[in-house]
Design a protein around this ligand. Sequence first.
Ligand SMILES: [Mg+2]
Length: 374
Amino acid sequence: MRITRIALHEVELPYAGGVYRLSGGRSYTSFDASIVRLTCDDGTDGWGESTPFGSTYVAAHPAGTRAGIALLAPALLGLDPRHTERVGDAMDRTLTGHHDARTALDVACWDAFGRSVGLPVCDLLGGSTEVPMAPTSSIGAGDPEEMRARVAAYRDRGYRAHSVKIGALDAEGGPALDAERIAASLADRRPGETFLVDANGGLLPEHALRMITLLPPGLDFALEAPCATWRETASLRRRCPYPIVVDELGLLDADIAHVVASDLADGINLKISKAGGLTPGRRHRDLARAAGLTVSVQDTVGSSLSYAAILHLGATVPPRTLRGVLNSEDMVTRKVAALDTVVTADGVLPGRSPGLGATVDEDALGGPVAVWEL
Ligand SMILES: [Mg+2]
């Protein structure tokens, strides 16, 4: 089985909630997806997606994703997509870093692998726990009472894990506003719900410590990505009473090893395109399991294909350590595929369809912007 053709599609994904606001004054209204289709010599297809969160989230941007895919795709022609680690070696030999570009190709290889053997990707990654996973909301920063209302709206739709964004500049209200946002977002917390308070690296240790002193007692949350650097995170870690989760800083396998070796955090946010695909993603999953870290399985953002990859990897994380999975599909208005999922009142699981379980709507993709063929 050999990869004989790779087609790249560019798809605009409008944000479903209007304007998404993050720390540092960052805002987003739409996302630019790169979607690839692998075709193999036996006719098997595989689909994968990588959608950066704009150009100011991690070191990735959509035009760069496509430039990276243009370098990587020719190196994968002729390879067996089922040999995912060897495909990763070929990408290592071709382009350093650029996990966003690698992700679409890596995920497409896993999809093709699953389709070729008639098994869902979660089986190839070790097997689903069959425990329904809590969908995680993503609550952009805003007015505290408005954030409280958005948490309630997600709660009404069955969401049991919530990611609440903070990180107000002093000129916007600073630590006092962030403390109000947290208190309001958690005000109606129900048993069984979990909350992440996510600064996306937007706080200095001083700001985080000031915010913590302004919080009412008894709030149950973990503080995600409080600071932008390892030094700042380590400094805050020594003085912070809340569990810390690493997100944007955890890119490489070595980053997760560093978190463990230095006891810098209690959990990781495993975003598939940040890690470089499902192949490194499963290593992060296993490192976290070995170290007793909690795991959120997410992606930077994305359409149905990103969500499918999230579900299949998430289903293989032990339930005790899995915080939740991000429904990226729910964050954007354009659907590019119908997914085989099992949704119950307890959560969501991937279905038993082969590969990612995605039936792609090729009309929604438009024609490819680039094709590489043997
Ligand atoms: Mg985060």
